[in-house]
Design a protein around this ligand. Sequence first.
Ligand code: SPV
Ligand code: MG
Length: 564
Amino acid sequence: MTASGTASRAVASAPHEADQQRSKATAFRAELTSPELSFLMEAHDGLSAKIVEEAGFKGIWASGLTMSAALGVRDSNEASWTQVLEVLEFMSDCTTIPIMVDGDTGYGNFNNMRRLVRKLCQRNIAAVCIEDKLFPKTNSFISEGQPLADIEEFCGKIKAGKDTQTDPDFSIVARIEAFVSGWGLDEALKRAEAYHAAGADGILVHSKLSTAQEVLAFMRDWDNRCPVVVVPTKYHSTPTETFREAGVSMSIWANHNLRAAIRAMRETSRRIFEEESIAGVEADIASVKDIFDLAGNRELAEAEARYAASAGRDRRAVIVAASRGSKLEHLTVDRPKCMIDVRGQPLLRRLVTACNEAGVRDIVVVRGYKKDAVALPAITTVDNDDYVETGEAASLACAAERLEGECIVSYGDILFRRFVLDTLLAVGATDQADVVLAVDALGRGKDYRTAERVVDLVSTVRPFAGDYLEEQEAVPITAAGHELAPETVSGEWIGLAWLSPHGAELVRVEIEAMHADGSLRTASLLDLIARLIDAGHSVAAAFVTGHWQDVDDAFDLAKARNLM
Ligand code: SPV
Ligand code: MG
């Protein structure tokens, strides 16, 4: 079976659909015409087709019986041919091995057959098998003496199909129902001869006996005038070697995946129903990871890394929320200020939601004061147990090893409107800076110049221009501190920063340096940033104008409530 193996590899790497189409039809033709016995395994949808390929088969039988059953209808042409085509498209798109579809009676006359073959070639289906019965068909195993198609009319269908195929290697296999309908060997041979002369690439000789005697008799008299395909569903106990010795070209295992699935699904449903629990079946069923693997999620993740780097899935947020907030007095007796309620939700929860809405799912919170009160779903926590004696930089240091890849760093006591974070992320994604700070160009109505409180000030190479579009670019920061000369101040850092993967590494290294020189314990986050600026790293501002609030005291809290 080397021919199809080679072709499969070619398919996997072929960039053009035309090449793929050619390869699948060519691979199937090689299997059909090779002197070796080969096998097609039944599939009825994309998932089962993948499983067939995964098992190692070189080809798929898209069974009319099982595709119909999987759609919940009978094998009596109840599913229209375009519905079958839809199923085939999924099966073909998710596999690299060729598919022969059970085309029943060709869904009508020669003209319907022409459209069918054209569409199958377009969908990259390698071959079709049509049977010499009447539309609408009945499954061969259902009733006796089913009427056969007129030989000439059936030959016309074969010729029409061969004249229509757009891939020269597309195959048409003619299925002979003479035995199934109670006719003898002579009728089978007469039909085989006629269909072969009409251009059929192979003959499928069907039988519903429990032994292979009919097909073996056919094989003897047919004498390999063209490849022969068999479907040993009813004569399943015949050793495969018998077909090999008889010169059979291809054996179809026609419905066994669906039959296996029916039993497994039935048993699973029954148990879960009776036990009112899924615990009992867990060890007997495929894992959810298996589903993801089969669906090809790994490829999607790789593609995301290539094409959707800014989608935010890999970003992490580190929220520094260790301090009590003692100016909030009784409100922080039993919880840190990040857990104070702001219109029905803790401040931290609003912050986490803001991050989630921006696509940041991986959220690390640095806890300290009353750490057990910091309980929110879908966050991870690290602790700064020395929060009384240490500052923000030391809290961030507790999460240093989580500063990896693209990161958001935030104070735990700020609230902002959604577009503030969006602006920061957009600027971060487009700029070359390693660190971008969200800087409020308006400060607190300029009270930062006289504020009693400590305000995080920054100077930039140019002031905020007031033009929204222009300010979507990062403006390099030249200085950061609590005591900048008023005329040099461009705005106030709101406590929200974006780090590129390199920026995260720089912060980690700087934390190490501060630890080594003893400055880490009492430093603020702004002190850390100032050191990065002084060391010549690129730190920039994304300007915003208000729409945020930090919460230090009851007055701030009232303003925060108004912001929501
Ligand atoms: C099918 O799988 O739909 C077939 C094979 O046609 S059989 O059911 O054996 O007729
Ligand atoms: Mg069928």
